[in-house]
Ligand binder design. Structure first.
Ligand code: PGA
Length: 225
């Protein structure tokens, strides 16, 4: 009855998230949906640029991304770490090296997410900061396809550690020990400043900040952070 009075009994929650968040948000949504069984969810998974576009067009209730918009007036709270790691096939010549200089990595062919991706943006910023160019051999619009391409020997890549959440590292992929890595980042939950959130959007916002990280960790395959 209390849920009813507060507008939490039924309705729809619309969330747009970057692709890295698809590895945790659906798991985090589970207990929330049990608490509010009458609520339907629309979850859009897309890249950083499209999430920003949705924010600017006010298409959803809440947005989750790792790089805050510079030019828009948005309220943002971080709720969890989202580190980026350098992944290689197990048999890669650099596999057992320690503290590999980024300059050495710049000689290797890289598999990168598409332009517009926040992951790509963060990696490019790191290379730029050291005056290095990325040798992008392959652009791929999917984290999962990138993992396959690494195993296929097409190159190294940088992905969120959370892309390993359910299966762990398995015996094909490994994390390289590279200078400047992991790239430390966070996920933020964002909405336009001054926007009045619906009761259900507010409830999810509070839940994400208070309980999100714990639920994500309890349901991951192994401790990732
Ligand atoms: P992306 O964003 O899906 O656009 O790469 C992910 C992130 O910034 O964490």
């Amino acid at each position: 009855a209390i849920a009813d009075l507060k507008g939490l009994k039924q309705g729809c929650l619309r969330i747009a998230v970057v692709t890295t968040a698809k590895y945790v948000i659906p798991r985090i949504l589970g207990p929330f949906c049990q608490r509010y069984p009458g609520i339907d969810i629309s979850l859009t998974v897309t890249n950083h640029q499209y999430v920003l576009d949705s924010l600017n067009d006010n298409r959803d209730d809440l947005y989750i991304l790792s790089q805050l918009p510079e030019d828009s007036d948005a309220t943002a709270h971080s709720f969890m770490e989202n580190p980026l790691v350098m992944l290689a096939p197990r048999n890669h010549p650099l596999a057992h090296e320690k503290n590999i200089p980024l300059k050495r990595i710049a000689e290797e062919p890289l598999i990168m997410r598409e332009p517009g991706s926040g992951t790509r943006k963060a990696v490019k910023q790191l290379f730029d900061s050291q005056g290095l160019l990325m040798k992008v051999k392959l652009d791929l619009g999917s984290n999962e396809a990138i993992k396959q391409a690494i195993v296929g020997g097409l190159g190294l890549s940088v992905l969120s550690k959370h892309t390993l959440a359910l299966e762990g590292l398995n015996n094909q992929l490994m994390i390289l020990d590279v200078e400047g890595f992991p790239i430390e980042r966070y996920w933020y939950v964002v909405y336009p400043s001054g926007k009045q959130l619906s009761a259900i959007a507010q409830a999810f916002f509070d839940y994400l900040l208070n309980e999100g990280k714990q639920v994500a960790e309890e349901t991951a395959f192994e401790k990732l952070l």
